[in-house]
Ligand binder design. Structure first.
Ligand code: NAP
Ligand code: GLV
Length: 310
């Protein structure tokens, strides 16, 4: 009997199991750690399992990441490399991420942190405001999520540029790629948004050297992974004025320690890794459609390139 192994350290597994069972009653769900007979596990829906666990299931056909990011799976040195990994590409998540980017880019562009500070002091003072057409927003990562956010920002009239690993041509977006494209991309980026997957190449990518390439007073938003930025370098850049504000949804480690400097820093906005916002129902529906089609002999959708790491 084929079964699906479900693992989530964050959420109510019973609620997920019931929804899976409702949508596909012929695929029993085993909630980690009660996997039952390991030979029966053909699919995994995994949010963040200890390394070394998945290799125990000899008949795994595919592992569905509980997120768009698959770094939690690929960091397992014993991951059974022949088993395809599928990432979430989900309309609600794309909308949630796009909304987060639009919200925080607009908030920074329209100088809301400075106006909030003025309000606390009862100060009525206009701050010079450039138009969106004079503001350059740069997205690191132009994939399913970064690409959608870039398009939305272009529609709002911003000068949008993006940086990816491979060359791209996108309407209304100035595209840069590869290591050589990074400095020219950063040089004019006033609001930098990180939407990269976490890989060996992107770990620590937002560091003092890269920050120094930005125009003075730039802003930074990270909604990808906390390991992509270097905390000490961000704080130093805020102190020197190289960065004027940053908005972070992701941290390493998570949750952010209660005594971390970010919480009270006047130039930092913290949100608790909730930028992507999709319902269980939608994620389960898309996962099961993919499984159904795969069982009927079709190709898996949204399979990651494990060599590239995303
Ligand atoms: P994706 O579709 O795989 O796109 C990744 C993008 O990054 C691609 O454009 C890729 O370039 C680019 N890239 C990868 N490595 C690069 C490198 N070394 N140099 C330059 N560009 C590189 O990923 P996605 O679905 O958009 O998701 C992005 C990330 O968002 C996820 O991995 C996850 O960590 C994060 N996320 C966070 C939340 C949250 O709630 N905060 C929610 C969902 C996702 P190519 O186009 O050339 O391949
Ligand atoms: C969330 O961080 C995800 O990768 O979906």
């Amino acid at each position: 009997m084929a079964a699906l192994l479900f693992h989530s350290p964050y959420d109510d597994p019973g609620a997920w199991r019931d929804l899976f069972a409702k949508e596909m009653p012929d695929l029993p769900v085993r909630v980690w750690p009660d996997a039952g007979n390991p030979a029966e596990i053909e699919f995994g829906f995994i949010q963040s399992l200890q390394p070394g666990e998945l290799k125990r299931f000899p008949n795994l056909k595919a592992v569905f990441s509980g997120g768009a990011g698959v770094d939690h799976l690929l960091k397992d040195p014993e991951y059974p490399r022949q088993v395809p990994i599928v990432k979430i590409v989900q309309k609600q998540m794309t909308l949630g991420m796009t909304q987060y980017v639009v919200l925080h880019v607009l908030r920074l562009h329209r100088q809301q942190p400075a106006y909030q500070a003025q309000q606390r002091e009862h100060v009525w003072k206009e701050i010079p405001q450039p138009g969106a057409w004079d503001r350059t927003v740069g997205l690191m990562g132009l994939g399913d999520l970064g690409g959608a956010a870039a398009k939305a920002l272009a529609e709002l009239g911003f000068k949008v540029r993006g940086w990816s690993r491979t060359k791209k041509r996108l309407k209304d977006i100035e595209c840069f790629h590869g290591k050589d494209g990074l400095e020219p991309f950063l040089k004019e980026t006033e609001i930098l948004v990180c939407m990269l997957p976490l890989t060996a190449e992107t770990t620590g990518i937002v560091n003092a050297r890269k920050l120094s390439m930005l125009p003075k007073g730039a802003c930074f938003i990270n909604l990808a992974r906390g390991k992509q930025h270097v905390d000490a370098d961000l704080l130093a850049a805020l102190d020197s004025g190289q960065l004027s504000h940053m908005t972070l949804d992701v941290f390493f480690p998570e949750p952010l320690a209660p005594d971390h400097l970010y919480w009270k820093h006047p130039k930092v906005t913290v949100t608790p890794h909730r930028a992507g916002n999709s319902s269980r129902e939608a994620v389960i529906r898309d996962t099961l459609e993919n499984i159904k089609d795969f069982r009927a002999g079709k190709k898996l959708r949204n399979r990651v390139n494990t060599k590239a790491g995303y």
